[in-house]
Design a protein around this ligand. Structure first.
Ligand SMILES: [Mn+2]
Length: 146
C-alpha cells in the first residue's frame, strides 16, 4: 500500500490547471492509496469556513469521495490556510492533524510538520505567527463576515 504526503498546492481559483492536476492525482494515484497526508498550504489562502467560494466546496467534495472510497485523508494547517476549520475538515471527510504530529510509518516514527514553525531566526514572522495562531485573534477574525 502507498501513503502519499503532499503540501503547498496553494490551490486558488486563478490557477485552475493546478486544481485539475490535483484532481487527476486523486483519481489516478491517491484513490488506490492507504492514506493521503496534506501537510499545509493546501489552499493559497483561507479566511474562514463560511467562505462559500465554489473552489472550496468542489475540493471538499473530491476529498470526501476519496475518503469514502477508502483512502484516509489528513490535513495539517500551513502558514496560509491555518484558519481551515472543522466545518471544512468534516465536509472533506478528513481528519485535522496538529503541527507537529508524529506518526508510525510502517514501524518508523515519522515527524510531520508544515515547516514554518522552524523559521526561528525570522523573529518578525515568529511574532506574527504567535498572534495569528492565538485563539483570541482567530476568534475575533472568524467572527467577522467574509
Ligand atoms: Mn507554507
Amino acid at each position: 500500500m502507498t501513503i502519499f504526503f503532499i503540501s503547498d498546492l496553494h490551490l486558488h481559483a486563478s490557477r485552475p490547471e493546478a486544481t485539475q492536476a490535483f484532481y487527476k492525482f486523486l483519481t489516478e494515484q491517491a484513490a488506490s492509496a492507504e492514506a493521503l497526508y496534506i501537510l499545509g498550504d493546501f489552499f493559497d489562502a483561507w479566511i474562514g469556513d463560511d467562505d462559500d467560494a465554489p473552489l472550496a466546496a468542489e475540493v471538499a467534495a473530491k476529498l470526501k469521495a476519496l475518503s469514502e472510497s477508502g483512502t484516509k485523508v489528513f490535513l495539517m494547517h500551513g502558514n496560509r490556510d491555518f484558519l481551515l476549520g472543522q466545518k471544512f475538515v468534516r465536509s472533506a471527510g478528513a481528519a485535522l492533524l496538529e503541527d507537529p504530529t508524529v506518526i508510525d510509518l510502517y514501524g518508523t516514527r515519522t515527524l510531520l510538520m508544515h515547516g514554518d514553525s522552524l523559521c526561528t531566526q525570522d523573529t518578525e514572522y515568529m511574532a506574527m505567527r504567535q498572534q495569528l495562531r492565538s485563539e483570541a485573534w482567530q476568534a475575533q477574525v472568524l467572527a467577522q463576515p467574509i
